[in-house]
Design a protein around this ligand. Sequence first.
Ligand code: NDP
Length: 242
Amino acid sequence: MDRKCALITGAARGIGLATAKILSDRGWAVAMVDRDAPALADAAQVVPDAHSFACDVSDPVAVAQLLRDLTDQFGQLDALVNNAGIADFGPISETDFDRWRRVMATNLDGVFLMSQAALPALKKSRGAIVNIASISGLRASTLRVAYGTSKAAVIHLTKQQAAELGEHGIRANCVCPGPVRTKLAMAVHTQDIIDAYHDAIPLNRYGTEDEVAAAIAFLCSAEASYITGQILAADGGFEATG
Ligand code: NDP
């Protein structure tokens, strides 16, 4: 393939779909991955030349098959964006093991499995990994015991990847979005949480999918060729001023 190829997980909507669009606009061949096959098929219609692959990123067998299918179709992989995620907010006392495991399975296991399966292709291309964590992984707050812990682990996993994979020319970076009005966020953001974010964010507003996608696209690009192991908060200044 003459174009660079990016794989984006959780691409059926939200930040993942915005990332697929911006990378496609910038000339990348885009592989869109999501477990919601019908939604994925609809989303792929709005991204020129996108290929879509239904896959649950927490399923090791499905992930291995996905990378085989992708390599067959594209022949290469230059950037992996581990964006698929779920949110489940609740107090520690009400977070039973099933809820905990569900969050870890997608948010943490999924990033590990996808990155490991993509390694041979990324070594060949000397490619990039961009993991999507969250400001909830940078700072502890109530109700986020599973979600925040999973995202803190993704931040550390990114640093591990940068440390170990640099010798292969692979860069690994992390984007920590602040609040964005996606389906994921609006399912768990109560009015109290929305008000608290507005008060605490210097820019006084939620971010947009496109604003986060722009940060992701930068870290995928050759413009970021000497940047690895970094944690970029796209959060309206929340983390810097808290
Ligand atoms: P959305 O819920 O809008 O999109 C996430 C997509 O990922 C959905 O289509 C979802 O499908 C899919 N997905 C979930 N689990 C899996 C899985 N196991 N395998 C494959 N696909 C899966 O979320 P956002 O766009 O808001 O979030 C994208 C990322 O950004 C997440 O990692 C999230 O934690 C992070 N983030 C978001 C913030 C926000 O305020 N929106 C703030 C900070 C971080 P399904 O419908 O089946 O769940």
